[in-house]
Design a protein around this ligand. Sequence first.
Ligand code: HEM
Length: 412
Amino acid sequence: MNDHDIAGSASVDTSPRGVDFNPLDPELADDFWPRINGLRETCPVARSTAHWSAENTGFWVLNAYQDVMDAAVNWNTYSSADGATPVQFDLNILRMVPLETDPPLHRGVRRALNPFFTPEALTAAEPSIRATVDGLIDTCVKHSPVDFVAAFTSQLPPIVFFETFLDQKASDIGWVLEVLDVLLTQPEKALEAAPKLFVFCAELLQARRAEGRTDDLAGVIAHLGTGEFDDGLELDDRVRMETLNMTIMAGMETTMGGLASIARILGTDNALRESLRDVETKVLDKHVEEFLRFETPVPTAGRTLTADTELRGCPMKQGDRVLLNWAAANHDPDKFPDPEALNFERPNGSAHLAFGAGIHRCLGNHLARREIRAAIRAISELHVFELEPGYDVKYRPSFARGPVALPIRLER
Ligand code: HEM
């Protein structure tokens, strides 16, 4: 086997190997699990020769569950302040806050945002999430067969987020859906589309400040570090804008990818889908966790070492870039026996890393879970929900993983 062939052999070799692992490789998207599993099996700690930013190449990839977990909870050594995306953009243009920060700034921002995303806070939003799901499913049934990605999974996260957290009407956010569509389907036009969202964020923050409004997410972000709360934060308008922008964007492609991957499974496994009809919420919740482990919609995250360290004999240096491979960890048989099988009875099913771990564990995890649960509930109640037989599902090579399109027939 040559050094660039990462799939294949099951023998474990713990020495650092040069592999050409690029998380955004279009070929990886369509041959995802064989390559991810092959990487973990042959190089638990791999050294990739690929790019991690426009200028830089060469990074470590951690693939075993325990290594990924240990690194994720050790923010002191595995810092996010130099970027946390798998392939890094210029942080001088846009930093994602709180993701691409370390404490103390991170702690202060999370403390302010957390109350909006607790299970209790989201229970209040549940009827409206369910109503949005039902409305979208009605439209899909009416126009069946539909591309379920365009008609449902791309619509639900933005509508829920803008209605629940930003007090915007679904009918007013057509432009948001257009911007998201461009970002997802024509990333080369991102520089044209993204500024619309920045302008929206800046204007919303300005309005909340002018109104002195602090009763919604945008209002709280607008007042962070202004002295109006006792938050002890020192930040400026730019960081406030970066925070609002991130809370909006972080839940879009991620939840869309998760919903679409699950819809693919339910659209091809009718027995499973029907078995979920009328089940108790806690049964559904177990399914949500196992689907998230199995699909891992956000496969990787970036970190930068603040000190020299050693892992499985690999000498890692201060300043080295490290990729945490949540996907490989979630299919590590040492943690999840028979990982390629969907097993809704796993005793440790919720130990998956689909939402990360440590201080950066996903802010919106309960929101995503509620949306996914409501969608599965509605899909399970349909008389017919069937992916076009023989359809060759393609996956997007992106930071969040999900099918590009899903032609599905629906009947009530
Ligand atoms: C299925 C859907 C989702 C998945 C799989 C997902 C996954 C993740 C992962 C893996 C991280 C950790 C990244 C890292 O450690 O570098 C993260 C962080 C984050 N997520 Fe999510 N996410 C989802 C939905 C959402 C939603 C709906 C929101 C809405 C607010 C959201 C907001 C965030 C934020 C703000 C962070 C940064 C947290 C911090 O740095 O403290 N995510 N997400």
